[in-house]
Design a protein around this ligand. Structure first.
Ligand code: UD1
Ligand code: MG
Length: 445
């Protein structure tokens, strides 16, 4: 009996139906909680709207959104599982042999229900961690390992279902296949990879943030891309006459779709309120929850390596951020770009105290930091400011948003000169300060 025996095409239609329902419920729930969040102090200022600097909008809107999602999955449990305890009459298997009567308890999809419940457990842990982070601003060294722990129940159920640990070796470069063969069994290393994947997806969404709609928008794009990817595996013939392997493959993707379609609905409902100009902020609760949903769908659908392809911008942002995340380069509390009075954006900066001496040996932390920054400067991913003797005093922040601005030629120094030629504007702040100036009427971003 397939591990995913409840996955079916009618179930797929139910999940498609849940998409608009989840969108409408999420929008209603977030709007309904907005005042309560404001009263309880869950609010923030939009740092990219200096002309609206005093306006506060509700934060942690990801909490009602994620509760709507989890609530819908809870509601689905009786519909998916309670009707499947009746005994089935004898039937013919694919190879023509007769299968005797299967009793209700044998027919009940215990393993799939375990997968479903362990997914819910992982999601609830992620929501709890995200909300705690919103309330207490948890330290990085604590919040890094928690998603690994949260993924354990799901990984154990994956193991119990005989979860595969083999990966297909890429055909290029040819030396790889010649060395390792076509398929490599990674064994326990594959479990390590899956638990690291869940902590990566959770945090990588959170650090690619700061522009209205970005946290929800990226989750929606990845979720819809994964839905499209899974749709390619939905061969209806696999359900009837197909081999066990093709049925199992189709059913795994159906299971992932049953998680991803309602999630896409929640993204749409939340994006309507978080897109520019944002009426709510989603908070860390959303980022952690969204990352965990995507990781669970990929792990249980057995396409965790494919997930990384859809996370390429986040992987790049994470790699670029590493020197700041691991303390080699100063990391300010906020790394989002700076809004100028005319509504355009400029890269934000991190000041280096003390300055990174040009003569610091590579064996010291300052020397290593300087080397990394110089390499990134050569690649035009950062803009460095030096004092008269060549010591580095300031760098633009190491995020793909700031790097894109630097690549497009927007640097902290070019901003200062652009202000000089627009005398009609109020003079704005330096890039690392919070701006309180007003933007001219009609300025757009
Ligand atoms: C992460 C980033 C931080 C970025 C922040 C913004 C790292 C290590 N941390 O921190 O650099 O500045 O997210 O989301 O990369 N905000 C806006 N506009 C938005 C979204 C958020 O102004 O569209 C501001 C609001 O003031 C809001 C605050 O960011 O209150 C939320 O920040 P939070 O999610 O707590 O930041 P972190 O996740 O800790
Ligand atoms: Mg955040």
């Amino acid at each position: 009996i397939s591990s995913y025996s409840q996955a079916s095409l009618p179930g797929l239609f139910a999940s498609v139906l849940l998409l608009p329902i989840a969108a409408l419920l999420t929008r209603a729930a977030v709007l309904g909680c907005a005042d309560a969040f404001l009263k309880r102090g869950f609010k923030g200022r939009d740092l990219l709207k200096p002309w609206d600097a005093t306006k506060e909008i509700p934060e942690s809107a990801g909490l009602p959104a994620s509760i709507v999602y989890v609530g819908l999955l809870f509601l689905l449990i009786p519909f998916r599982y309670a009707s499947n305890t009746a005994p089935s009459p004898p039937e013919r298997a694919g190879d023509g042999a007769w299968i005797g009567e299967i009793t209700g308890i044998e027919r009940f999809p215990h393993h799939e229900l375990s997968l479903y419940l362990s997914t819910l457990l992982s999601l609830l842990s992620a929501i709890m961690l995200g909300f705690l982070d919103d309330v207490f601003d948890i330290r990085w060294r604590l919040k890094m390992p928690i998603p690994i722990l949260a993924s354990l129940p799901m990984l154990v159920v994956y193991f119990a279902g005989g979860g595969g640990t083999s990966v297909v070796v890429p055909s290029w470069p040819p030396l790889l296949r010649a060395t390792f063969g076509g398929v490599v069994d990674l064994g326990p290393l594959y479990y390590l990879f899956m638990s690291l994947l869940s902590t990566f997806s959770v945090h990588s969404i959170n650090i690619l943030a700061g522009i209205n709609g970005l946290e929800v928008g990226q989750a929606l794009i990845i979720s819809l891309s994964l839905c499209l990817n899974s749709a390619l595996y939905l061969d209806p013939r696999a359900g009837q006459a197909g081999s066990f392997a093709s049925r199992e493959l189709r059913d795994r993707h159906l299971f992932s779709l049953s998680l991803l379609l309602p999630f896409s609905g929640c993204c749409v409902g939340l994006l309507a309120l978080n897109r520019y100009p944002a009426r709510v902020f989603v908070g860390d609760t959303w980022c952690y929850f969204a990352g965990q949903v995507l990781a669970c769908a990929a792990i249980l659908g057995h396409f965790s390596k494919t997930l990384l392809l859809f996370f390429i911008p986040q992987v790049f942002n994470f790699l670029l951020s590493c020197p700041q995340l691991f303390g080699l380069v100063p990391c300010p509390r906020h790394r989002l770009p700076v809004a100028l009075p005319d509504g355009s954006l400029a890269p934000s900066v991190a000041k280096c105290y003390p300055a990174l001496a040009h003569s610091a040996p590579l064996t010291t932390k300052a020397g290593l930091s300087r080397l990394i920054l110089c390499v990134l400067e050569t690649l035009r991913l950062v803009h460095l400011t030096r004092d008269s003797v060549g010591n580095i005093t300031q760098t633009t922040n190491l995020t793909i948003i700031c790097a894109t601005l630097v690549l497009c030629g927007v640097t902290p120094s070019s901003i200062s000169s652009s202000r000089l030629v627009s005398p009609g504007q109020k003079s704005g702040p330096q890039p690392d300060e919070k701006s309180t100036a007003s933007a001219p009427e009609g300025s757009s971003r």
